[in-house]
Every structure is written in C-alpha cells, then in structure tokens.
Design a protein around this ligand. Sequence first.
Ligand code: SF4
Length: 379
Amino acid sequence: MQNFANNSVKNIITVLKNSNAINRNVALQFLNGDIKWLLSTASQLRDLGHGRTITYSRKVFLAITDLCSDRCAYCSYRKELGEGGGYMGEGEAIKLIQTGRSLGCTEALIMAGERPESKYAQVGAFLREKGFNSTADYAYHIAELALNCGLIPHINIGVLSVNEMKRLKEVSASMGLMLESTSLKLLEPGGAHHLSPSKNPRLRIRMMGIAGKLRIPFTTGIILGIGERPDDIIDSIFVIKRLNEKFGHVQEVIIQPFRPEKGTSMEKTQGPSLEMVQRVIAVARIVLGPNMNIQSPPNLVPDCKDIADAGANDLGGISQLTKDYVNPAYPWPDIEALSKECRRSGFALKNRFPVYPEFVSKEGFMSERIMALLNRREN
Ligand code: SF4
C-alpha cells in the first residue's frame, strides 16, 4: 500500500484522477486507519467539491402504503394487512401536499413498502377497484398530484421494472433505492434480510444499472450496522462507484446508521458508533471523490457537525410536517436550529431541490413535465 497518510490532499486527488490506486484493500485500510488523517482528508475533499455549504431538501413524505412483501428484521414501518396496514387515500395525500407547499417544501418524497400486491391478492383487487394496476401506478398518480401543486416528486418505492421506471420518470425528478449492503449473508436465516427477497443486492444493483441506462438521477446508499462486515461496507461503496462511472447517474450516496426501533426483532441490536459512521462517510468521500454528494441524516447523529467533519455535504430530506418513517423514534431537527448549528461550525445551510443542479442541465435526465416545473420554481 502507498503511504497515503503522509500524502497531501492534492496528491490524493491526483491519485483519485489518475489511477485505481485507491482500491478495495486501500479503502479498507483507510476505514481502520488514523482517524485524524481520514476525517481531515475527507473534509478537505468535500471543501474542494462543495465549499462550506451543507444542503438539505425541505420535503413532505408521502408514505403511500405501509404494506410490504418483505419483512426486514429492523423495520418498524411495515404493517400487516388487517393490522392497520393500508394505502394513503388521495384526499390525505392532497392535504399533505397542500400543507407542505404552504410550509415552503420543495420536494414530495413518495415512498412505499415493497410491491404489496405481489404478496396479498386483496391488495391487487383493491388497487384495480380504484383504477390502478399496481402500487407503482398509484405512485404515478400521487406524483402527478404533487406536480400539479408545485412540489417536485422524488420516488422511492422499492425495486421497479424497466417499464415502471420509464413511466415514473415522466413525473419524478429523481428516484431512489438504497443498496443497503452487498452482503449476501444478510439474506441467510438470522440475517436482517432473511425474509426480504427484494433486498438481494443483485436485484438492487440491476435496478441501479437500469436507472443509469434510462438516465434517471439516482439516490442510493448503505445502511451501517445491520450485520455487514467492514469489507461489505467497502464493497458496497465500490459497487456504487462502478455504476456511477459507467452511467454518471448517481446523484447522492446516503450513509445511514442503523438505529434500533422498539417492537422489531433487532430492537436490542446496537447501532454503529459515531466514530464508525464518521469513518464510513470519510472513506465514501475519498473513494467517490470531491464532487459526489455524500449524505447522512442529521437526526441519527448527535450533531450535524459530526457529519460535516467527516466530509459529508448533505443532510437529505427534512420535514417539518411528516415524521421520519424509517426512524420514527428520532425526530427531525428544527431547520432554524440546524441552520444556526451549521453557522457555528463554519457552514451555510441551504435548501435544494430533490434533483441536484448538475443533473438538471445534463442531457436526457429530466422529463418535459419536470423541467417545466423546475423552471417555474426557479423563477
Ligand atoms: S424496510 Fe422497507 S422493504 Fe423492509 S420490511 Fe420495511 S418497508 Fe418493507
């Protein structure tokens, strides 16, 4: 291994540009190496790509269904049919969209459990009765409602087919699917994904590749602390890097620490330490380079400075209206307070659209309908 610890950031950038010297082995050594050097290098790389601005997206979460065909061991979002699970009605969606708009939200994040109609025959019948072929079809309808009201949709409803993605691109500025982890071990009995076939990394990598071919700005990321090993973390970062090198469509990479939720089978599992979260953010920054948007949620760490110090430049979606459905025990911070906290640490907090500006001007990435709305919102 080259002795990167003695290298200046300038030299690291040269290495990033000119060779594959930072391979999986080197990245793994970074992950376990000197933390002072790691955080300082990652922070300087972030400054180079993004300056001292930390972004977030002021959004409303439209959780259109909490039914799901998977059963992840850490999930507190999913509900069973007959035990309170169901679909958000159109009226409720419209009310949230309008309230979100009046509160200054820019984004409507449309989320759902994994294709519930594949598990419950009644769900398919229910959707058809309402005039929809599938959950993806209903997501399209809700995205149109958001668009009509001036909110910019971002869709994250699980693994989608080529045709579903093509259609949803018309009404969505960007889409997302967490890779979570490349670890196949998590699918084995006792693993966090044992009862979640859609969490097979091969399916997820395939969908990310399709998104690349379809020129869809894509959000993905990893979850830390669900049973993966350090080399799985590195492998996941490199898989994202490879996909982005091929298609240039990964707009942001989320580093999300697992936090236990009561009532789940992993409620007693400890999440990763703050130091581990910072180490992974920093390694992601070094591997993915100064320009990548590296995101970590501010409600899952003690202080947003902890994220910034590790080289991240984005805090993701924050809602003053709807809870964090994935981690309901961890409320969103107040945006004003967050802004002050950022200022104290030498950063300016800035609201952004769900799609990053560099993708708006990239040929073929925005549908006409989305482009028209972005133009209206910018003026
Ligand atoms: S985490 Fe997502 S995919 Fe897994 S059970 Fe919960 S809703 Fe379903």
